[in-house]
Design a protein around this ligand. Sequence first.
Ligand SMILES: Cc1ncc(COP(=O)(O)O)c(C=O)c1O
Length: 440
Amino acid sequence: MVGAMSALAILGGEPVRCRPFTLWPQFTESDARRLQSVLESRNWGGYPFPNTLADEFARKFASRHGAKYGCCVANGTIALVAALQASGVGFGDEVIVPAYTWEGTAAAVLFAGAVPVFADIDPDTYCLDVNAVREAITPRTKAVIAVHLAMRFTEMDPLIDLAAERDLIVIEDCAHAHGGEYKGRGAGSMGDLGCFSFQSSKLMTSGEGGIVTTSRLDYFELLQSLTNCGRASATDQFRRRIVGCNYRITEFQAALLLGQLEQLDYWAERRSRNAALLTQALCGIEGVRPLPPQPSLTRDTIYNYVFQYRPPDDRVHRDVFVAALEAEGIPCDGRFYEAVYRSDLFPAQPDFPQLRIGRDEPVDYSRCYCPVAERAAYHESVWLPQFLLLGDEQDVEDIARAVAKVVAGRDELAAAGSGLAELKSMSRAERPKFEKHKNY
Ligand SMILES: Cc1ncc(COP(=O)(O)O)c(C=O)c1O
C-alpha cells in the first residue's frame, strides 16, 4: 500500500504506473488470414447483400445472443435509426431514452424523425429506472430504448411488463453489452430489437460497424430493405416496399468480426476475473464505492469498469480526483457521459422540426432535470476502460494502489485547487482536439 506521504503524480511525484496496459483491439493470425482471403477474393463490399461473411457473422452473432435474426449495418448509431424505422417509429413520435448515455442514443431518435424524452437512471446500475419511464409516458410515446450501460443491464423484466401494458416497442441499446446475459437471456434478445456497435473501443470491433438483432421476421425483412437501398429481402414474406439507404458493412469488417466473436468469451472471462479482484480491492478504500452487484446479471459484460466517487466532503471534486488518477498512469474518465440534455454534443434545437411541428410549445430540453443522471455525470462516476482488465493481477493491484494513493492525497489536492480539473471538465465537443490518441 502506498503511504499517505508519497507525492501525487499530478503534483510532481512519481506515478504508480509507468507501463502501458494491454493493447486493444486484439487480433490473431487467423484474423490476418481471413483478411488476406477477402483481399484476394476481390469481393470486398457489402453488395450483393447480405454478402458471404456478413451473412455468416450475422447468423452466428444473433444465435450467440439468443435472437433469431441479425442484420449487419455500418455502425451502432445507424443500427438504432434502422431499428426505430423498422419498428414503425415515425415523425413526432416520442421515444423514452435514459438521460445518462452516449449522445448517439438520443441523436438516433432525432435522425429517425422522432422526439427523445429523457428519463432518469437507477443510482446503483446507472441504467434506466423503470419508474421514471412510467412517469415519462405520454399519449405520443411509441418506444423506449434501454441502454445496458458500462457493466450493468437495464432491469428488463419490469420494463417489458410496462411496455406490454402500454403498448410500447422496446429497443435494447447493447453497444456495451456484447455477450452479456440477463437472467440467462442474451443482450439484444429480450426487447423487440437489439442494437450493437462495433466501433474501435467496443468489446467486439471491426473499427466501425454495427448489427441489429430481432426475432421478428417482419422487422428483419424491413431492416434488410432499409440497409440495402430498399431492395426486397430474400424471404420478402411481408412484401413491404420502402425507401432505404446504404447501411451495409464490408467483407473486411465481417472477416474481423468473425474472429472477434471467436475471442469474445476468452477476453470476457479475463475482464470478469480482474473486475472481481478490483471490486474486492476498492471495497477496502474509503471514499469510493464499487457498483453493487446486480443479481439478475447472469453473464458479465464489462465495457468500462465503473465505480463511484463518494468522498466524505466536497473539497476535492470528482474531476480533480480523475485527473489525479490518470496522472498516476491509470487511463480513466469522469465525464465519459453527460446528462445528454445538457451536453454540447446535443444541441437539438432548432434543427429538428419534430421538436416543434404539431406541438403547442416546442420541446425545450433546458427544462429537463434528472438528478441521478446529473450526479453520475458531474460528481460521482469514474470510468476505467475495459482494456485495463485484460492483463494480470499486477495490473489490478496498480489500479487499486493508484486509487488508494489519490484518496490518501486529498488534502494536497484540495490545497492545489480546482484548476487541476481543466481538461476533465472541458466541453465534450472540444475534447477530441486534445485527446487524439484515445479510442475510448
Ligand atoms: C450506448 C451507445 N449507443 C450507441 C453508440 C453508437 O455506436 P457507433 O459509435 O458505432 O455509432 C455507442 C457508441 O459509442 C454507445 O456507446
